[in-house]
Every structure is written in structure tokens, then in C-alpha cells.
Write a protein that binds this ligand. Structure first.
Ligand code: HXC
Length: 523
């Protein structure tokens, strides 16, 4: 063959390859793309274009095809088998992804679709980089049957192997039904889009047929339902673009892997900054509310707070901030909701966050203002004992630097639960407004002085005197400080400076534990 002929043949093959690639990259084609846009959804490729730094996305296994011959699938082409997989850079850092594309046979998951996802998950684990899944799928490919279920099983297994090793994020950007919901549930963070995403084990039709209950897709498993009622969703986003942007922000706080250094941001805030407003933030009366989020904002570099799980269990706040450019995980009771009391959901929310931070070496900063555990049959029967134990377990097991600031109430067992010294806090500080006691003065006096109060000529006056005496003794931080239960009493305005100094002092902290297979956290 002459050189010219050889060149022409090669060029022909390249042209053919490029044409095939372009066709495949259109996934379900123009008609399906139009339908996707009409549902207020971007296609998987458009989502990835927004997600990755320009020109960095590298697709993996574009040419994979299904091999099922059942129920007419032998005649059906499903471009890229309904999922785009690959890796690229997000703000300069490598991230692996699998994005289901609803335009290609509803993003349904068959054998080869699953194997594509397995491949990038395996690569992410081997490369020690985050994995982000974008779900938009009708679920198991009904025509393929059992291989689809196998496919899900392999994803769940990999989610579990990757847990605590690399950060895993799932964005629900369309339907996610049946057992398919368990990959998001096994990931660290779940994002949902208002109005266009839903998740449930069984949909409205099955629910109506089996138990006669009528409910819409959105009421049952929409973003708001899962963010406020079930706690399955950590972030409600307005649309696909907002969702992608928020995932990028989250990734900016987490390392690539549990063995990687924390991502550092340029810090333009001052290490010497005094927060004078904090001196007046605690109200005079113990039962008045104040804004714990303001405290976190004052402490954070440039007042930037990235709150997670914002709409669920609002009596506790979990958030990422940066201190001198380094990520820190914040856990804080929120006096604005049920006085910041600990209940089943608050315990779950905080425990899961603490374990994430510990797994990825993010220091923990706890702000305590907790009146106790929520009383009542509702909570007891919902298992506050079991769930509350998760919080104790998570804090005790965490070996990252742990700093606690008691702003006001620190009562009873709930005080212990909020990263007290005995749960391994490295340093506990209290503001002069702190009240560290077994319980509130009223409740305590009603118990220990019951006989004296009822026998008194003026029981109300007697109770008031006894309460004042109890408050004098315990409604302050000094008794605890005298016993070394807390390290320091500090002026609120100095909190940021103190935290900066402590994080610096503790940055090389190492804590070894007894050797074992793994903990058995109460679940
Ligand atoms: C095969 C599917 C599919 C599926 C959708 N499609 N879901 N193909 N298996 N599970 C295909 C449709 O046939 C159609 O193909 C295309 O995707 C678009 O679907 P439409 O129905 O036209 O879209 P829409 O009207 O928007 O409705 C979306 C939907 C609906 C509500 C998700 O498609 C639906 O109900 N799908 C089935 C959902 C389901 O029951 N899944 C199984 C769940 S159980 P064409 O060729 O016409 O474009 C499960 C078990 C997992 O997943 C267990 C894990 C352990």
C-alpha cells in the first residue's frame, strides 16, 4: 500500500471514530434532550460541563454497550448504556464521577451500565480521590432483570469499601427509586434538586395499592421531604446549576482521601481578630434564645460558614468553616430550636458528621448550650438511649483535635455528650456565662429540697432562696474550673484567637487506640 493510500485509510478510520464518538456523546439524541430540558433538567453531559474545570473531563468507556437480548433489547441501542463515567478536575483537584443520563433509556441501570460505574469507583479508590455520583434514572433496567440487581449490589459494596477512605457525594437530579436509593444512602453527602428529584423505596402507586395512602412523588420523596422529615438529604438546591456549585463548595472543604492533607484556602482574615460582639450575645435570662449561627460566623475566617443538613434536626448545627485557611467541622446546639435540646435526630445528625470529620482528619469544634435530652414517650420509644449513644460513641472514637466551647448551659448527660473532657476533648473552654451543672437550678431544687419547700410557710419564697443558692454554686463555670473539668474560662471576644492558638498547638496530634477489627457503634 502506498504511503498516500495508507494515510487516507488511517484518516478514514479516525474520521469514523470521531463520528461514532460524536453520535454516542449525544446520548439519547435531540428529542430526548429537548424532553429533559422541558423537565427543567440538564443532561448528564451538561452537568459534567458545569462541574469540571474546562477541558479537563476525560470520559471512560464511552463505547460500552449492553449485551442483553431479552424483551427486544437486542434491537435497542442504548448509547453509552445510559451513564457517562470518567474523571476530571474540580478547582484543580481530580474527582471521579458517574453521571446517569435520563435521555438514554431513562438512565436505567443494566449490567454494563453498572460495570461502568464499578470501573470509575474502583479507579477513585485506587487513585485515592473523591467520587461523585449523579443519579437520574428509572432504576433497574426492567428488561435485563437480575443482572441489574447484581449491578446495584456491586455499587453498594464499593460504596462501603470506599466509606471513610475517599469522600463520596451523590446528587439526586431526577428519579431514584427502589433499592437504587441505597447507594446515595451509603455515600457521605446527598444533594437533591427542588421539584425535579425524588427518592423512595416504593412509589405513590405501590403505596396506594398496598396501604391505601395517597401521596404525590414530591410529598413522598422530594428534596424538601427528605431534607426536613427523613434526614436522607443534606442539601436542598434550587436547580441543577445550584446543585453542581454547592457540590464544588463542599469538595473545597474535604481532602482527596483519608491519607491526604486537608485542602488549604488562602486566608485573608486576621489571626488577631477580636470578636467584641460575642461579649453581648448571650441574653441575661437563661430561657431567652440567641443566634448560635452568629457565633460560628464570628469565629470563622471571613465569616464564611458552610452549613450541612440545615433543614433537619435544627436543634443542632453542623457546619464547615475555615480557621486560618484550614477546614474545621463545627457542631453546635441551637437554642432557637427546642432550646438546643438533644433528641434522636440531633444525635444522629451530629454523630454522622463527627465520624465524617474524624475519618478525613478534620478537627472538631463544639459549641455547647444544651439543657438536656428531650423527655417523653415519643423520644424514649424512638430510642433516644440508642441514638444518644451514637453521639457519645462518635465523639469518644474521634482522634482528631477536639475543642469545646461552653457558651451557656451544659447540663447533665447532654453536657457529657457535647464533647466534654471525658469524651476526649483536648481542651474545654467556657465563657463566663456558662452554667455547668447536673440540671437547671429549678429542677434540681424541686428534687433535693422537696420536703423543705413543701414544709415552708411560704413555699414560693423558700424555693426562690434555694434556687438562688443553687445557681450561685453551679450556674457558672467556676466550680467546674476549680476541679479542672474545663481548662479555661475565656472572654467571648477572645474565642477566635484561642481557637487559632489551640488548633496550631494540636495540629500534629496523634492518639493511638487499642488494636481491634473495628468499633461497634450503636445503630
Ligand atoms: C428500562 C426504563 C426504565 C427502567 C425508564 N425507562 N425506566 N427502561 N427500565 N427501569 C425508559 C422508558 O421505557 C423510556 O424509554 C425512557 O426510559 C424514558 O422513560 P419515560 O417513562 O418516558 O419517562 P417519564 O415519563 O419521565 O417517567 C419516568 C419514570 C418512569 C417515572 C421514572 O420511566 C418509570 O416509572 N420507570 C420505571 C421505574 C421503575 O419501576 N423502576 C424499577 C424500580 S425497582 P424509551 O425507549 O421510550 O425512551 C429498582 C430495583 C433496584 O430499581 C434494586 C436495587 C437493589
Amino acid at each position: 500500500m502506498s504511503d498516500d493510500l495508507q494515510k487516507a485509510t488511517t484518516q478514514g478510520k479516525i474520521n469514523d471514530f470521531e463520528k461514532k464518538s460524536q453520535t454516542l456523546k449525544l446520548m439519547g439524541g435531540e428529542k430526548q434532550i429537548k424532553k429533559q430540558h422541558e423537565s427543567n433538567k440538564l443532561t448528564a453531559r451538561e452537568r459534567l460541563d458545569l462541574f469540571f474545570d474546562e477541558g479537563t473531563f476525560q470520559e471512560v468507556q464511552l463505547f460500552v454497550q449492553h449485551r442483553s437480548t431479552l424483551f427486544g433489547l437486542d434491537k435497542k441501542e442504548i448509547p453509552s448504556d445510559g451513564v457517562i463515567t470518567g474523571f476530571g478536575k474540580v478547582n484543580g483537584r481530580i474527582v471521579f464521577t458517574a453521571a446517569q443520563d435520563f435521555t438514554s433509556s431513562g438512565g436505567s441501570l443494566g449490567e454494563m451500565h453498572a460495570k461502568k460505574i464499578w470501573k470509575v469507583m474502583d479507579m477513585a479508590i485506587a487513585a485515592q480521590k473523591p467520587f461523585v455520583a449523579i443519579n437520574d434514572s428509572g432504576g433497574a433496567r426492567i428488561q435485563e432483570g437480575v443482572p441489574s440487581l447484581e449491578g446495584y449490589g456491586g455499587i453498594f459494596y464499593r460504596n462501603t469499601i470506599a466509606s471513610g477512605y475517599i469522600p463520596q457525594v451523590t446528587a439526586i437530579m431526577g428519579p431514584t427509586a427502589g433499592g437504587a436509593v441505597y447507594s446515595p444512602a451509603l455515600a457521605d453527602w446527598v444533594f437533591m434538586v427542588k421539584g425535579s428529584s425524588y427518592m423512595y423505596i416504593t412509589g405513590p402507586d405501590v403505596i396506594k395499592a398496598v396501604i391505601g395512602e395517597e401521596v404525590t412523588h414530591d410529598e413522598l420523596g422530594g428534596a424538601v421531604a427528605h431534607a426536613t422529615k427523613s434526614g436522607v438529604c443534606h442539601f436542598v438546591t434550587e436547580n441543577d446549576t445550584d446543585c453542581i456549585e454547592k457540590i464544588k463548595t463542599l469538595l473545597s472543604y474535604v481532602p482527596d482521601c483519608c491519607h491526604s492533607p486537608l485542602p488549604l484556602a488562602d486566608c485573608t482574615d486576621s489571626a488577631e481578630r477580636i470578636c467584641e460582639d460575642l461579649d453581648t450575645i448571650i441574653p441575661d435570662k437563661g430561657n431567652r434564645v440567641y443566634d448560635m449561627k452568629k457565633i460560628i460566623k464570628f469565629i470563622a475566617d471571613n465569616g464564611e460558614v458552610f452549613e450541612l443538613h440545615e433543614l433537619w434536626a435544627q436543634n443542632i448545627i453542623v457546619a464547615f468553616i475555615r480557621i486560618m485557611g484550614k477546614p474545621v467541622g463545627v457542631i453546635a446546639n441551637n437554642p432557637r430550636f427546642t432550646a438546643g435540646i438533644l433528641d434522636v435526630n440531633a444525635s444522629d445528625k451530629a454523630a454522622r458528621f463527627i465520624r465524617f470529620c474524624d475519618a478525613f482528619n478534620i478537627p472538631l469544634l463544639t459549641f455547647t448550650d444544651v439543657p438536656g435530652y428531650m423527655p417523653g414517650t415519643n423520644q424514649e420509644w424512638a430510642g433516644i438511649i440508642r441514638h444518644g449513644a451514637k453521639l457519645l460513641h462518635a465523639y469518644s472514637e474521634a482522634t482528631v483535635p477536639k475543642i469545646t466551647v461552653i457558651t451557656r448551659k451544659a447540663y447533665g448527660g447532654a453536657y457529657i455528650g457535647m464533647c466534654s473532657k471525658q469524651l476526649g476533648a483536648d481542651y474545654v473552654m467556657a465563657w463566663p456565662t456558662a452554667e455547668i451543672a447536673v440540671m437547671g437550678a429549678e429542677g434540681a431544687c424541686n428534687i433535693i429540697y422537696r420536703i423543705e419547700i413543701s414544709a415552708a410557710k411560704d413555699p414560693a419564697a423558700k424555693r426562690s432562696d434555694l434556687v438562688a443558692a443553687y445557681e450561685e454554686k453551679f450556674n457558672n463555670p467556676y466550680f467546674a474550673a476549680s476541679l479542672g473539668i474545663i481548662e479555661e474560662i475565656i472572654a467571648p471576644r477572645d474565642t477566635r484567637k484561642r481557637i487559632i492558638a489551640l488548633l496550631d498547638a494540636l495540629k500534629d496530634k496523634r492518639e493511638t487506640r487499642v488494636s481491634k477489627k473495628h468499633n461497634n457503634i450503636p445503630l
